[in-house]
Design a protein around this ligand. Structure first.
Ligand code: ASP
Length: 343
């Protein structure tokens, strides 16, 4: 019998309607279980651990990521796989963070959530959770876990977590992975794309990293951008790294002042990474003249990484190597766990 640990952090998926007030609120575990009795009568043994209190994912950040990572790490040898119930709003950030925190993972960690609460008749919670559990328990012909990475399951597809973005606040198909194909599709059967899944050397032990440095910022380019805006962000005390959200293939206005601000910040030791505002495609600095200045100033490429993955990767690397900016820069331009296509 396979064993799966279900970690409930909160989010819409865990909510039921309060009989008195009619408002949605996180259900206690007894009520939650009552909505899905079949979960505990199948051929997968499921144990539950829950955050107390359960969180809306807007309140999930580095501390909660460390708690999730710790729960997986502490029970790594006791279960075949892990499912994390999570609010959809920041699921892509948490999934990305966990992919860096749980280095050399050889078991599935599948995050899922729902657009409608478990207590609502039309809810997508039941299907999302059931399939995520099945995926977390799935083994190949040699008895090895099919999925050996951190992933997000939603509606009918399994995505690499650090490639995923929440794209829709309305539809059941809330997530997409724009620059990497789905790892599995759930229809009548679940079809895994084995060649797309990540498999690290089985000899490498699981390592957990929970140090995070949140001294990072995002600067979004827009037509008419003012110097004072860029200047004040780049002067934030203790700032260490910036995601520069650029146009198209990594372009920015060619103002002299922008070049000077970025160059001066880089000379002060701040890392600046170019990330396109487009969901699909990659940064290609030098393709257009308007990105040459960024290159000259010392801005480095984020290639096709998501903002969610880039921000969490920065926080993780800065926390892990606080005194080695060059190493952090080098790793930001390296594919660590399937989060980026370089070149
Ligand atoms: N605000 C909720 C959350 O992210 C939305 C959801 O779960 O879908 O926790």
């Amino acid at each position: 019998m396979s064993k799966v640990l279900l970690i409930s952090t909160g989010g819409t998926i865990t909510m039921v309607r309060d009989k008195k007030s009619g408002a949605l609120k996180p259900a206690d575990m007894k009520t939650f279980k009552a909505y899905i009795p079949e979960l505990f009568s199948g051929d997968i043994k499921i144990d539950i651990q829950a955050f107390d209190p359960l969180l809306d994912s807007s309140d999930v950040g580095p501390r909660s990521w460390a708690m999730m990572a710790q729960m997986v790490y502490d029970h790594y040898n006791d279960y075949d796989g892990f499912v994390i119930l999570h609010g959809t709003d920041t699921m892509a950030y948490s999934g990305s963070a966990l992919s860096f925190m749980l280095e050399n993972i050889h078991k599935p960690v599948v995050l899922t959530g729902a657009q409608l609460p478990i207590g609502v008749l039309r809810s997508d919670a039941r299907e999302n959770m059931m399939t995520a559990i099945e995926m977390a328990a799935a083994k190949d012909e040699d008895g090895q876990p099919i999925v050996q990475e951190v992933a997000i399951y939603f509606e009918d597809r399994l995505f690499r977590a650090n490639r995923t973005t929440k794209r829709n606040a309305e539809h059941f198909s809330a997530f997409n992975s724009y620059n990497y194909p789905a790892l599995a599709k759930a229809g009548v059967h679940i079809t895994y794309q084995r060649h797309l899944l990540l498999y690290t050397d089985p000899e490498l032990p699981l390592l957990m990293h929970t140090e995070y440095d949140t001294n990072v910022a995002v600067i979004k380019m827009y037509p008419g951008i003012q110097r004072a805006y860029v200047h004040s962000i780049l002067r934030i005390k203790d700032l260490k790294a910036v995601v520069l959200e650029t146009f198209g293939a990594g372009n920015a206005p060619s103002n002299k002042w922008l070049f000077n601000e970025l160059k001066a910040a880089i000379e002060r030791g701040i890392i600046i990474v170019n990330k396109t505002q487009c969901n699909t495609g990659s940064v290609e600095m030098g393709r257009y003249a308007v990105s040459l200045g960024l290159m000259k100033a010392g801005v480095i490429s984020g290639f096709d990484i998501t903002t969610e993955a880039l921000l969490t990767k920065m926080m993780y690397l800065l926390g892990e190597f606080p005194d080695d900016i060059e190493h952090v820069k080098q790793l930001l331009q390296t594919n660590l766990c399937g989060e980026v296509t370089i070149g």
